[in-house]
Design a binder for this molecule. Structure first.
Ligand code: URA
Length: 429
């Protein structure tokens, strides 16, 4: 006879029949699955029932809490300064964490940015930073704390101790067509962020072809769900809905995105990257009690660059070392005279991935120098035959598949049809 408190088949039946799980049932489900007392096929059926029938706000909150309680919870209260973090749902060319973390730290707000590696067409922050010679992603909790105290900003790998239930559940969702359930995405992201122990959190929820959420209504629902979860857990949380129909900046890859981030820290860089970095910095600083801070000045006068250099050095990186360069390149040219009205984010992301900047399986290595450099963005006037993009890789046999990904990525229209891009679509608090 089983000593288990509930029966997995009954739990599945409740969600299949559009019922509501009690807090006790949710706690048991997450704990039993983590222990192996609920089989993968049972959890897969439950996930599908949740995807189809949804969950109440109370259920999502409890599900998140149960995932947090499956592992350790970090505590930064001993630091003596406020903490703030940012999470992006992922996009093409999204290197914002790199300039943002040191920028916010300039103002005495500690930024514990626990990040992941990329899978699929969106790049991972750690993959980008690992292009810097010597830089190490793994830190012990003690080293993380010391760096937050001394430098103020850390970007490092999230340890295995944070929300282990999510790790197991996410792998299962990945192979059972249940990643897309909003209650499961929201609880997955927020369980890790709340367990990380940040005092405030700014979410960058991407909308568009290169994003996880292709349409605005679903992105909004995800953002609202996550903001509510953060607040329920006592974390001051706001979200920006931002455009991901075209890549951020002029680079999608690893070393080339580091270089673009350094350009922003030097007071230059592409307009959209600067705009989003500043908008997110202002949100983080306001959420951490510093509404009057001037992040624009800190980018211009080198203070953010100083913190960047110390942050990279503290993790073994050489901020002055030359970044890796791909061995081979090919150019894509503008097909006609006119205005570039579309440069599709997903296509560029897939091309960068196929060139070697991303991985198809968790265990794959990435090429530091691979990726796509864009020479024009939507709104620019172009002339037929002018370079539009440079493809970079160490393995030239990859060019053909990357070109295929870009076959429909570009639309050039006659003069006069200039598109208007609204980078920051909305703010949800
Ligand atoms: N990122 C996560 O961490 N979890 C999800 O479920 C989706 C994206």
């Amino acid at each position: 006879m089983s000593a288990e408190k509930f029966d997995a088949v009954d739990i599945i039946g409740i969600k299949r029949d559009r019922g509501t799980l009690t807090p006790d049932q949710i706690d048991w489900t997450i704990d039993a699955y983590t222990r192996g007392a609920i089989a993968d096929e049972q959890m897969a059926a439950l996930n599908m029932a949740i995807l189809l029938n949804g969950m109440s706000r109370e259920e999502i909150s409890r599900w998140t809490l149960a995932m947090i309680n499956s592992g350790e919870r970090m505590d930064f209260s001993g630091l003596g300064k406020p903490t703030s973090d940012k999470h992006s749902t992922g996009g093409v060319g999204d290197k914002i964490t790199l300039p943002l973390a040191p920028l916010v730290a300039v103002f005495g707000v500690a930024v514990p940015q626990l990040s992941g590696r990329g899978l699929g067409h969106t790049g991972g922050t750690l993959d980008k930073l690992e292009a810097i010679p010597g830089w190490q992603a793994a830190l012990t909790n003690d080293a993380l704390m010391a760096q937050l105290r001394d430098v103020g900003a850390v970007i490092c790998a999230a340890g295995a101790g944070l929300a282990p239930a999510d790790k197991k559940l996410y792998s299962l969702r990945d192979v059972t067509g249940t990643v897309e359930a909003i209650p499961l995405i929201a609880s997955s992201i927020m369980s890790k962020k709340i367990a990380e122990g940040t005092g405030s959190l700014v979410l960058d929820v991407k909308v568009g072809s290169g994003a996880f959420m292709k349409d605005e209504a679903r992105a909004r629902e995800l953002a609202e769900t996550m903001v509510a979860l953060g607040k329920d857990a006592g974390v001051n949380t706001v979200a920006l809905l931002t455009d991901m129909s075209t890549p951020l900046g002029l680079t999608a890859g690893n070393a080339i995105e580091v270089q673009e981030s350094v350009d922003v820290l030097a007071g230059g860089g592409p307009e959209d990257v600067v705009e989003l970095t500043l908008a997110l910095a202002r949100e983080m600083l306001t959420a951490a009690g510093q509404p009057d801070a001037d992040p624009e000045a800190a980018l211009k006068d080198g203070r953010a660059m100083d913190v960047w250099r110390r942050m990279i050095s503290a993790q073994g990186g050489d901020p002055d070392a030359a970044l890796p360069v791909a061995r081979e390149s090919e150019t894509i040219y503008a097909p006609a005279d006119g205005v570039l009205v579309e440069l599709d984010a997903l296509s560029v992301g897939v091309a960068a991935w196929r060139l070697g900047a991303g991985r198809a399986r968790k265990e794959d290595a990435v090429q530091a120098g691979a990726g796509v450099v864009m020479h024009a963005k939507p709104g620019a006037t172009v002339r037929a035959g002018e370079p539009l993009m440079t493809l970079l890789t160490d393995t030239p046999e990859k060019f053909d598949r990357a070109r295929e990904a870009l076959a429909d990525a570009v639309v050039v229209a006659p003069e006069g049809s200039r598109p208007a891009r609204k980078l920051i679509i909305d703010r949800i608090s």
